[in-house]
Design a protein around this ligand. Structure first.
Ligand code: OSB
Ligand code: MG
Length: 388
């Protein structure tokens, strides 16, 4: 029955039945290769989850990489755990709300990116059933979010400076440079010299060791807004030791998988800023709790990116409207990455470097099924066994 849910305000807090789950892999090529300290990617293998709940279709995106270089998950590990452990036990069940989802997953350790795709699809469905935009259902208060860009490692400082100039021309409010040993100091120096007043940060994706502290300290002369995840992907303790030696704020990304990690890092003084990624923390419920915990402790957060297609991007926009998101995120226009995005309209950025939050129910973007069908390379669908 769809009718009992339709119309703003008329929704009774009944159960939402998960009628079917469809998982598919799509392949999309980035407009240009993206290089980080752990490797280069151009051909993306992205999993999409479509949940049908009470006749409404909700979408989520798995933000895992193709290799386990950023974190332990990959496109294929997510395919495996969703197919073999998550979808079969969910389909046919009812939940009162999307935020009940983590409670159903307590027997599955880790695999946050796989969980996040399903949970976020349920959030999209719930918002549509209630007739409200997703950001409102989450409790978001901003109608426009601030955007920055993350720039991959480049051949030489000159080409990086040209790229920064182009992005600033589009209005972006903060520039983040990917760095690694040998491609750091000269690159940051060139950008800072060309643009003395911009908000500038760096992201090392775990490329340095604590012994590199003196080297990292040399970057302090560039007045960076933050230094993101310089040390090991799972080492909060080492970051605390480094933070005590730096004036520049450390921002943790890879280390933080849940609110407990965030609170530990804050109390240990391992960082002064946290990057929240929906996939890395397991979905909207955990992300909302984490931003709140950070807000209560005076730690600003911002929304990170994982080279998402439109569905992941739309979820990032909704999350970024929560009050704790006080710094520009890595949420940027679809056209920076894709010739054609899988949603419409594509995500666009204003000349002021902001994204206006859509106001229609759910994600607020239409999913381009024809395009998605064309780029799908495998799919699987679960619906309840019919008792005869
Ligand atoms: O560390 O933020 C990161 C991309 C892949 C893996 C890790 C990261 C990134 C980015 C890209 O920085 C941000 C974006 O999607 O625009
Ligand atoms: Mg990062």
């Amino acid at each position: 029955m769809v009718s009992r849910h339709t119309g703003k305000g008329s929704y009774a807090p009944e159960l939402m039945k998960i009628e079917s789950i469809e998982l598919r892999e799509i392949q999309l090529r980035l407009k240009s290769p993206f290089e980080t300290s752990f490797g280069t990617v151009q051909n993306r293998r992205i999993l999409l989850v479509e949940v049908i709940a009470d006749g409404v279709s909700g979408w989520g995106e798995v933000t895992a990489g193709e290799t386990p270089a950023y974190n332990a998950e990959t496109t294929d590990t997510a395919w495996h755990v969703i197919s073999d452990f998550m979808a079969p036990c969910l389909v046919g069940r009812s939940v009162a709300k999307a935020s009940d989802f983590p409670g159903l997953m307590t027997q599955i350790r880790g695999h946050e990116m796989a969980k996040s795709a399903i949970e976020n699809a349920l959030w999209d469905a719930e918002a549509q059933l209630k007739g409200v935009p997703l950001h409102k259902l989450l409790g978001g208060t901003m109608e426009e979010i601030a955007c920055g860009v993350s720039l991959g490692i480049r051949e030489n400082p000159e080409s990086l400076v040209r790229k920064v100039e182009e992005e600033l021309g589009s209005g972006y409010q903060r520039i983040k440079l990917k760095i690694k040993p040998g491609k750091d100091y000269e690159f940051v120096r060139a950008v800072r010299k060309a643009f003395p007043a911009i908000r500038l940060s760096v992201d090392a994706n775990s490329a340095y060791r604590l012994e590199d502290a003196d080297h990292l300290k040399r970057l302090e002369e560039f007045s960076l807004l933050m230094m993101e995840q310089p040390l090991n992907w799972d080492d909060i303790h080492a970051h605390a030791k480094l933070q005590s030696q730096l004036q520049t704020a450390i921002c943790l990304d890879e280390c933080i998988h849940n609110t407990r990690h965030a609170v530990a890092a804050i109390e240990l003084k391992a960082c002064r800023i946290i990057n929240i990624k929906l996939g890395r923390v397991g979905g909207h419920t955990e992300a909302r709790e984490m931003q709140q915990a950070c807000r209560e402790r005076g730690i600003p957060v911002w929304c990170g990116g994982m080279l998402e297609a439109g569905i992941g991007r739309a979820h990032n926009i909704a999350m970024s409207t929560l009050a704790g998101f006080r710094l520009p995120g890595d949420v940027s226009a679809s056209r920076r990455y894709w010739d054609e995005d899988i949603i419409e309209p594509a995500v666009e950025v204003t000349p002021q470097g902001t994204i206006r939050v859509p106001q229609s129910p759910g994600l607020g973007f239409a999913v381009k099924r024809d395009l998605i069908d064309r780029v799908t390379v495998r799919r699987n669908r679960w619906s309840p066994q019919v008792d005869l």
